[in-house]
Structure formats: C-alpha cells, structure tokens
Design a protein around this ligand. Structure first.
Ligand code: GLY
Ligand code: MN
Ligand code: MN
Length: 362
C-alpha cells in the first residue's frame, strides 16, 4: 500500500533510508506489517516488510506463508531457512545508513538481530510517525471497522435473551464469542468481559466464574476482529427490575457519553472531550468514580496508539476512530460503562456502533 508508506515517510521527515516492520512470534507482531501489506489472511511470524522513501516496499517471508502472500502487488522474497532469512534481511537493508524501526511493536530479540545484521547503520525510532499515520484511517479502513462494529452491535442485542439468573458469566462470554464469529468475525478482538453484580465495578474483569443473579448489573465489554480490524463495545444491562441507584448511575453515564460526543469535531483538543464527560460525572454524587480515560483509538489494535484522556493534548482529525466509554464504578456494588466507537467527521462524529444505548431491564 504505497499511499500508507508515503504517509509514514512524510511524518518521519527526511534522511531515513528504510523503515522496517518486523514480526516476532504470535502475538508479538507489529500490526503495522498488516497496515502496509494490507494482508487479511496469514500469520507471518518472523516476516518483515521493508519500506523505502520512494514508497516501494518488499516483503521477506517464509515458505509457510507463500500462499497467504500470493495477492501481494509488491516484490516478495521467500526464505527456507534462518540463514536465508538473515541474508534477505541484509540485502534489503544494503546501503541504508539510517533505518527506521517501530519499538512499541518490535521485540528486543529482533532489535538485536537488526543490529547484528547492519552494525554500521543507525536504528532510529520512527514510532511517532507510524502512530500518526495509523491513527487517521482511510476510507477502506473505516469501512472495515464499520463492519466489525456492526457485528458487535448486533451481538449486544442478541445476547439479551441468554441473560438469566443461574447462568455463569463464562457461558455468556462464550455465547458472545460464538455469535460474533457466526456473523463473520475471525476472533474476539480481546478477552470478552462478562461482569455481573459487584464484578462490574472492575473495569477489566475477566475471571468470569460468577453465577448471574436477579437484580445484577450485567456488563459486557467485547469486540469483533474483522479482516484484522477491531471494534470495542460495552453495554450494561440490569437483570430484573432495577433499583433506583442502578438507573441513576446509568443515566449519568449516558448523559456523560452524550456530552462528550457533542464536543467531538476536527480541531478540538482531545483532553477537552474527556474533561467534558469527567466534569459531568464529578458534578454528581459519583465524583471520582470515573477512573479511566474517556477513550482510545482503535484500528488494527484495540488500543491503537492515542487516547482521549485528561492529558491528551493532540487535536482531533477527520478519520480518527475512537471509543467513547465513560463509566461509574462503585466497589462492592457494581459499575456501569457505556462504550461506543465513533469516527471523527468533517462536522462532528458518527457512531459506528449502533446498539441501543437506552437503559434496559431484562
Ligand atoms: N475493552 C477494553 C477497553 O475498553 O479498553
Ligand atoms: Mn471495551
Ligand atoms: Mn475500550
């Protein structure tokens, strides 16, 4: 994908001779490898894509991935041994003095390998340039994320009939994962969170072995991976008739989400959006109970590089895709989070997730 290579080199500034994206073993991959190649099938362990300032690229991969790489419209070199792999890496870097690498997704082992292969070259951290390119999605990426969002939005509705007293949290997680894959997801985007009762106060609860009871909050946080891109959605339901406090918590979180979404538009500082939601919650008796950032960018990774937090001083741009996920967490009692995925548009934002956000008693 030449345009994506061009974007990264423009962000990196002049003087870089080559930027390499090198995978470790699953799951220690540089997802930029898939951003650049556009591959939606294949594992590509130990493979690398070398990109150059003229926007050309070259893939070095193993015989095992030959079939997956057949759709490449750029040169592909296939190795049959570790020795061959090193030779091909070396020849791809011949004459390069300044080589860009992406440390957040490069294993230390592979970093040392590059140093060994090209001892005279300077390895330069270009991760900022990579992140800035990846965070603004192109039309094709948005269409793919939209599809991942559609899958999870449908599942948020279809899981409702399975929520009942006596069901284990892990059964519900299994059902969610099954439904997502039945609708075309390749896998869950991350470990599905099925938090019931007091467990819903733990933002990243994954233990999943409690039995659901009448009167519980039931919070699901899950996402679909579709053609390598993800969605990330949270809905909180109440099993049975809700207590006044449960409804109150829900309505505050919903209002905070709406308030934040209204602030989103190109040119707005990211922290402004977080602060709008946080201030709204802090004006209520749940002050201090919203304990995380409002959202994060999504794409090829669930946490794709940038966040909407109190210290995020970058400005929003058209094409960025973020979660908007305020929450209130009361230890020992339970929590509410409502999470949707939005794309920044010319005049505001559009929600890519479409599951019902209204308060639902089951
Ligand atoms: N599912 C993890 C998160 O919402 O960030
Ligand atoms: Mn989530
Ligand atoms: Mn999230």
């Amino acid at each position: 994908m030449k345009s994506r290579v061009g974007k990264i080199f423009r962000n990196a500034g002049k003087g870089i001779d080559c930027i390499v994206f090198l995978n470790g073993t699953e799951p220690l991959h540089d997802m930029t490898f898939f951003y650049i190649t556009g591959f939606t099938s294949g594992l590509f362990e130990g493979s690398a894509v070398f990109t150059y300032p003229d926007k050309s690229l070259r893939l070095v991969t193993s015989l095992l991935e030959q079939e997956s790489a057949r759709r490449a419209d750029f040169p592909v070199r296939i190795f049959k041994s570790i020795q061959e792999r090193e030779k091909m890496f070396k020849s791809s870097l011949r004459g390069c003095r300044k080589i860009g690498v992406n440390p957040p997704e490069l294993t230390y082992r592979n970093y040392l390998l590059l140093k060994k292969l090209v001892p005279k070259a300077e390895l330069i951290d270009v991760s900022e340039a990579v992140m800035k390119a990846r965070v603004v999605k192109d039309r094709k990426e948005i269409a793919t994320i939209r599809r991942a969002c559609k899958i999870s939005s449908e599942v948020a509705k279809e899981i409702i009939p399975y929520i009942a007293a006596g069901v284990k949290e892990y059964e519900l997680a299994a059902r969610i994962n099954f439904l997502m894959q039945k609708k075309g997801a390749s896998e869950p985007a991350f470990e599905t969170i099925p938090a019931s009762g007091p467990n819903s106060a733990e933002a990243h609860y994954t233990a999943a072995d409690r039995t659901v009871q009448k009167g519980d909050f039931v919070l699901f946080d899950f996402g679909a991976r579709y053609k390598k891109y993800v969605s990330d959605l949270t809905r909180t339901y109440v099993l049975g008739k809700a207590k006044k406090k449960q409804k109150e918590m829900y309505e505050i979180v919903l209002k905070a989400q709406r308030t934040a979404m209204r602030r989103i538009r190109p040119g707005v500082k990211a922290s402004t959006v977080h602060n709008a939601a946080a201030r709204m919650i802090d004006k209520t008796k749940y002050r201090g109970k919203f304990t995380h950032g409002l959202g994060h960018s999504i794409g090829l990774s669930v946490h794709d590089g940038m966040g909407l937090g109190p210290f995020s001083d970058f400005k929003l741009e058209k094409g960025m895709v973020f979660t908007v996920e305020p929450g209130i967490y009361v230890r020992g009692y339970g929590g509410v989070r409502i999470e949707d995925d939005i794309v920044v548009t010319k005049g505001g934002c559009e929600s890519l997730t479409t599951a019902d956000r209204n308060f639902i008693e089951i």
